[in-house]
Ligand binder design. Structure first.
Ligand SMILES: NC(=O)c1ccc[n+]([C@@H]2O[C@H](COP(=O)([O-])OP(=O)(O)OC[C@H]3O[C@@H](n4cnc5c(N)ncnc54)[C@H](OP(=O)(O)O)[C@@H]3O)[C@@H](O)[C@H]2O)c1
Length: 246
């Protein structure tokens, strides 16, 4: 994809991977809007990246997703790139009791939101001369980590949805791209849980260079191996990873 002269909306773009992508889109000459729930985190991102536009939005709420589209169409009608990046990761035992509303949040943020936002934004994007939808999944879409079972299920489903969407839009001006991160050192799941991961800047540099080269599905390190692995290689990788985390 062309990284310059876009107007890009990145959900969850005030921190971690989303912020790293925001900086690079802006450096390449695109206008970037990031959204998230925490106004203070959005202001912090704006101080770090002058020129960044921000919007408070909880993508878990269907009405807020609809309002986001209305706001974009009114204030930034030239928007041509949607990056579905917002996500949370919860470690849980399926057998533990907790209210369904608590457990369902992860599905609402990681899966309902990107599917609904794609559904809402696609007609707007189809009216642009060139456009892209970029979904952020995970290496865990390919090899589930049993300590985060709902998270892994949402990412596997989003990978599948992304493939179908790409097929449906193949004859349009809307490119459908997927970023497949491995463990990256961010605050995902809570501060201090991903300190073992790849450096977020090295990851983002590599991903953006490959998107610019026209690749549609981009991993990094272990997630690049996983997304291309055979079933027997995936089974072995899942065994090894879960033995480490159990
Ligand atoms: N880090 C990794 O190891 C890793 C690996 C594979 C995939 N990923 C994926 O990469 C994406 C970015 O995660 P990250 O690692 O950069 O973690 P992060 O720093 O925690 O970023 C997640 C962002 O999502 C936003 N967010 C969460 N719930 C939201 C909601 N309901 N509405 C709007 N925004 C929301 C958060 O902001 P607020 O809390 O202010 O809303 C935050 O800015 C996620 O989809 C994650 O699953 C990460």
């Amino acid at each position: 994809m062309n990284l310059s002269e876009n107007t890009v909306l990145i959900t969850g773009g005030a921190s971690g991977i989303g912020l790293a992508l925001a900086k690079r889109f802006q450096q390449a000459g695109s206008q970037v809007i990031v959204c998230g729930r925490r106004a203070d985190k959005l202001r912090e991102a704006q101080r770090e990246v002058p020129g960044l536009l921000t919007r408070v939005c909880d993508v878990a709420q269907p009405a807020e997703r609809e309002e986001l589209l209305r706001w974009v169409q009114q204030e930034h009608p030239q928007l041509n790139v949607l990056v579905n990046n917002a996500g949370i990761q919860r470690r849980l035992q399926v057998a533990d009791e907790e209210p369904w509303e608590v457990r369902q949040q992860e599905i609402a943020i990681n899966l309902d939101a990107p599917i609904h936002l794609c559904s809402l934004f696609v007609r707007h994007l189809q009216q642009q001369p060139r456009a892209a939808i970029i979904n952020v999944t995970s290496g865990l879409a390919f090899t589930p980590m049993a300590i985060a079972p709902v998270y892994c299920a949402t990412k596997a489903a989003l990978h599948s949805f992304t493939q179908s969407l790409r097929y449906q839009l193949q004859d349009t001006a809307v490119e459908v791209l997927e970023i497949v991160p491995p463990a990256v050192n961010t605050d995902l799941g809570g501060a201090g849980l991903h300190t073992f991961g790849a450096d977020v800047n090295e990851f983002a540099d590599s991903v953006m260079a490959r998107l610019a080269n026209g690749e549609q599905e981009v991993g990094f390190g272990t997630s690049e191996v996983r997304r291309l692995a055979s079933r027997s290689e995936l089974d072995a990788a899942m065994e090894a990873m879960n033995a480490r985390f159990s």
